[in-house]
Design a binder for this molecule. Structure first.
Ligand code: HEM
Length: 479
C-alpha cells in the first residue's frame, strides 16, 4: 500500500522519532503542525502476503499502524484498519476511535468477549487463568482475586513496595549505563512475589521459591532475543506451547509445582494469594487443581511485574530526553506534589503504553459509523493510536504531563489498563508501585540525561517495551 499524502507533512523514519510539534494525522486533521508520514511506506512483501503482515505486526507494529492510519484518515471507513494475520486471529479490524472503543468495551460479553485466549500470552499462562478464561468461570476467578487488588488491600502492600524500592536503589551501580527496566524488574518482581506468596523479604524465600524467581527472570531475559520472535509466531493461536517455549515453560513449571508442594506440606497459610488459591473451592465445592493454581500464579507473576517495570523504564526514557519536564518532575517529587506525579504517569502511559492493544472477538456484526464489521472478526483496540489522536491530544508526540493537570479523564480516551469487565485487575497495585518507585527515583537519584536517540519500542508478546531497557546513568543516589 503506497497511498501518497498530499498535505504538508513531516517525514520521519519511525513514529517514535516524530518531532514534538508534529501531528499524527489521526483524528480531526486540524491544527498548526504538519502530520507525520513515515518515510518508508509500509512494505508489503507480496509473495509472503499474510505471513509478512503477521511478521510486521510483531517486528514493527507501531510503524505499520501509524502509517496505515494516517494514510487512511479522511477516507470513507478510514478510521477502521483491516488486516488478515497469518497464524494469528485471522481477520482483524484495528479501532482507534473512542466512540467505537466504548461500544466494544461496553457490549455484552456474549457478542464481544475478550480475545486473550488467542493472544500470544495464552500458551504461557495457560487456559485456566483469569486472563484467558471466559464467561462464568472468568467472573468467578475475578471475584475471588479482586479483593486482593482493591485500594485497601493495596495499602497493605505499601510496606513491601517501600522495601523493594529501597533494595532496588541499593543495588543500582552509580556512574554506569544501566537498563532501568532491569532495576525496575527486580523491584516489581519482589513486590508481586510478596503479594502472591506473602513473603515480606526476598531473602526469606525458601530455595524452591528462589528457584522459581530465578527461572522466571531467566525466561524473561530470553524472551527479548530475536529467537523469541520466531518462537512467538510458532506458538500463535495455540493453547499449548510448542518447541522452545514448551521447553522453557516445562522448566519454569517444575519450579512452580515445587513451590506448591512445599506450601501444601508445610501447611502454612496467610493472607497471600497462594494461600487463597490453595483453600479456594469451585461452585461444586472442589479445590482448585494444580494446573488451575499454576495458571493463576503464572498470570499474576507475569502480568503483574513486567508491565509495571517497563512503564517505569519508559517514564525515565521520556524524562531524560525532555530535560524541562524532568526538572519539573523532580521539583514536584521533592514537594510531594501528588497531582503532578499522577499527570506524569498518565502522560508516560499515554505516549508509551506498555500494552499497546487490547482485543475482543466480535461474534455479531458491529456498526461503526455506517460500516458493518463482523461477525467473527477480532477487534484490536489500538491504545497506541488512540493515545496519539490529534483531536484528543494536540501535539500528540510531545511529552507534556501538564495536559492532564486539572482534567477529568475519560476512560475511553486514556486507557493504559484496558477497560470494561476485563480492565486490568492489578491497576491499583500498579499505580501504587509507580507512584512510589518513580517518586523515589525522582527524589533520590540524579540521572544523567542520556543523549542517545529515543529508544526503539520493541513488541514482546503483548507488551511494547524499550528495546534497550531504557538505558540511564545514575550520577548519584542519595541513601
Ligand atoms: C503499568 C502496569 C500495568 C499495565 C499497563 C497493565 C495493563 C493491562 C491491560 C491493558 C490489560 C487488559 C485489559 C483489557 O483487556 O481490557 C490487563 C489485564 C490484566 N492485568 Fe494488568 N497491567 C499492569 C499491571 C498489572 C499488575 C500489577 C497486575 C497484578 C498483579 C496485573 C494483572 C492483570 C490481570 C490479572 C489481567 C486480566 C484481567 C481480566 O482479564 O479480567 N496487571 N492489564
Amino acid at each position: 500500500m503506497t497511498t501518497t499524502i498530499t498535505s504538508a507533512r513531516t517525514d520521519v523514519a519511525h513514529w517514535y522519532l516524530a518531532p514534538p510539534g508534529a501531528r499524527s494525522g489521526i483524528g480531526t486533521p486540524d491544527g498548526d503542525g504538519a502530520p507525520i508520514a513515515l518515510v518508508a511506506p509500509v512494505k508489503r512483501w507480496l509473495p509472503l502476503g499474510e505471513f509478512a503482515t503477521s511478521l510486521e505486526f510483531v517486528t514493527r507494529q507501531g510503524d505499520v499502524l501509524f502509517g496505515d492510519a494516517a494514510r487512511a484518515a479522511g477516507t470513507p471507513g478510514g478510521d477502521l484498519l483491516h488486516y488478515r494475520l497469518r497464524g494469528g486471529p485471522g481477520p482483524v479490524v484495528v479501532v482507534h476511535d473512542p466512540t467505537y472503543i466504548k461500544a466494544i468495551m461496553t457490549a455484552d460479553e456474549s457478542i464481544a468477549p475478550s480475545a486473550t485466549h488467542q493472544s500470544p500470552l495464552a500458551p504461557i499462562v495457560g487456559s485456566e487463568s483469569v486472563l484467558t478464561s471466559l464467561g462464568e468461570r472468568h467472573r468467578q476467578q475475578r471475584a475471588l482475586l479482586l479483593p486482593r487488588f482493591h485500594g485497601k488491600a493495596v495499602a497493605n502492600y505499601q510496606a513491601a513496595i517501600d522495601r523493594a524500592t529501597e533494595r532496588g536503589l541499593t543495588g543500582w551501580p552509580v556512574g554506569k549505563p544501566v537498563p532501568l527496566a532491569d532495576v525496575a524488574q527486580q523491584i516489581t518482581l519482589d513486590i508481586i512475589m510478596s503479594a502472591v506468596f506473602g513473603l515480606p523479604d526476598p531473602r526469606d524465600v525458601s530455595p524452591a521459591e528462589d528457584g522459581m524467581r530465578t527461572a522466571i527472570l531467566r525466561m524473561l531475559r530470553l524472551s527479548t532475543t530475536p529467537l523469541a520472535t520466531v518462537t512467538q509466531l510458532a506458538n500463535a493461536r495455540r493453547e499449548d506451547p510448542v518447541g522452545l517455549l514448551k521447553l522453557g515453560l516445562s522448566y519454569v513449571d517444575k519450579t512452580v509445582y515445587r513451590v506448591l508442594d512445599e506450601r501444601r506440606s508445610s501447611g502454612a497459610t496467610g493472607d497471600d494469594i497462594l494461600s487463597l488459591l490453595l483453600t479456594a473451592t469451585d461452585t461444586d465445592g472442589n479445590p482448585l487443581s494444580d494446573t488451575e493454581i499454576r495458571d493463576e500464579l503464572m498470570t499474576l507473576l507475569l502480568a503483574g511485574h513486567e508491565t509495571t517495570a517497563n512503564t517505569i523504564a519508559w517514564t525515565f526514557e521520556r524524562l531524560t530526553r525532555t530535560p524541562g519536564v524532568y526538572r519539573l518532575a523532580r521539583r514536584a517529587a521533592m514537594r510531594d506534589d501528588e497531582e503532578y506525579l499522577e499527570a506524569l504517569l498518565n502522560e508516560s502511559m499515554r505516549v508509551r503504553p506498555v500494552v499497546p492493544n487490547v482485543a475482543r472477538h466480535l461474534l455479531a456484526p458491529f456498526d461503526f459509523g455506517g460500516t458493518t464489521v463482523g461477525p467473527d472478526v477480532t477487534a484490536l483496540m489500538s491504545i497506541l493510536l488512540l493515545h496519539h489522536r490529534d483531536d484528543l491530544y494536540p501535539q500528540p508526540f510531545a511529552f507534556e504531563p501538564e495536559r492532564f493537570l486539572g482534567v477529568r479523564i475519560n476512560p475511553y480516551e486514556l486507557m493504559p489498563f484496558g477497560g470494561g469487565i476485563r480492565r486490568c485487575l492489578g491497576a491499583p497495585l500498579a499505580m501504587a508501585e509507580l507512584r512510589t518507585v518513580v517518586g523515589t527515583i525522582l527524589r533520590r537519584v540524579e540521572l544523567r540525561t542520556h543523549d542517545g536517540p529515543p529508544e526503539t519500542p520493541r513488541n514482546r508478546n503483548v507488551t511494547m517495551i524499550p528495546a534497550r531497557g531504557g538505558i540511564v546513568v545514575a550520577d548519584s543516589i542519595s541513601r
